[in-house]
Unconditional design. Sequence first.
Length: 486
Amino acid sequence: MFTDKGDFKKEKEEVTRKVFKDSSKAKKIAEYEKLKKSPEIKAFLELHNSQKLKNHNDFYQSDKLKKYFELKDTPKSDKQQKEEFTALQHDPDIKAYLKFEHSKELKLYHETHDSYKLKRYQELKETVESDEFKKRIEYLKDKKKFEKSEVYKKWQRYKELAGQDDIKFFLKFEKSSLLKNYYDVKDSMEYKRFLELKEIISSDEFQKKKAYLEDDKKWEKTEDFNKENQYLKIKKLPHLVNYFKYLNSDAFQFFKEWEVSFEDNFSANNIDKEKWSTKSFSAENLPVGNYSMPGDLHAFTDGKNIQINNKLIIETRKESAEGLVWKMPAGFIPATFDYTSGLLSTGKSFWQNDGIFEVKIKFNPEKEVVNSAILQSENNSPRVMLLEMGTKNRLGVAHNPNDGKLKVEGLDISNLSKNKWYIFTLVKNGGTLTWKINEKEVLKLENQKVNFKFHITLLSLVVYEIPGSKLPANFEIDWIKCYRKK
């Protein structure tokens, strides 16, 4: 019901807590009034567009004032010049000009003219004097707003109905013990079972058994209890704990068989250029550098979108940039992009065929951006995806057949929890590829077409316009590590 489930209370509180005091509107008015009374704003308002300021500025261009400054800055060897300068010094217009020119009032006016405080005052003035703002203030100050609300009308109707005799009778009888007993007990199995149990628990045998079981010390009174205590104490000895922990385990077998071939935990404050390039392998030896593909909305910068501080962040930003698009048969075409992004590649430093490839990534897909950790040969197809997230979230092998349409053999991973870190692992042995997430196997494929050496590419692509609330969009990587057989 509206009243019983708390909806009335919730809606009433929602209406009544909307008060003027301490509201954002009250704070804006207070800020406006404070600014209005400040010496700077008062000085500005008094002088701005005033006749006094206009006359002052007009007099600045007068011949009289120019003559005064001319005589002031030249030696007065001539008696006539001295007399003329002395007369100008005592001239009321010049004295008034100089007094106002060096006044605190005019100084405050000039300091305030382009200040943030004036801009904020004008912004607040426009807001607090608007009809919409005034209506909102009137509503917040209305002490009768609850009585004018729909929730109050519902409450009044509820009280009216609750007072009717037939409603009172129904509610009272519905909760009566008579009706409850009728439905709960009549021909019930519980009642029959109750009578059976009553007879059982009243017997001497049951009472003796009960007393034994209720004895809190019965286990401590046995010899077996003493033996168990001795066993538990010995079991906790540190050297025995470690012994049984590694007994018959393969804990050290992995390090006997494998060695690290590549790793980066991004603990430095910049890109390790011995490991990474900010250009793709295909762009590395081109004079034009990085380029975009048809449909991409971004340009790759040369490392400007890469941040490293105990983790790697490839940041996608909304900013105009010039770049090139590869289009057949024309080749590289100049273009202007609305977004910038970045990539890292090991094309100049690290290639490996079989082995283990691991990367820890925060799973935080946005449908407008494709974030990828991929293994590539010298060609872009086929390529192995350690992870692709964004428009689609998946693992697997991707290749571009002759028809130009991307084909992916793999696994959708959209069910992963967002904004959490996961370790994505690929174990490659010839044409056998096994993917794991947090050490749990999720996909296994046989594909002899990918039996060649790979390099690693980490990148972000913009494929759709991104709402401002999602920017900048970050692709976050904690570490990456690769192993090969010894």
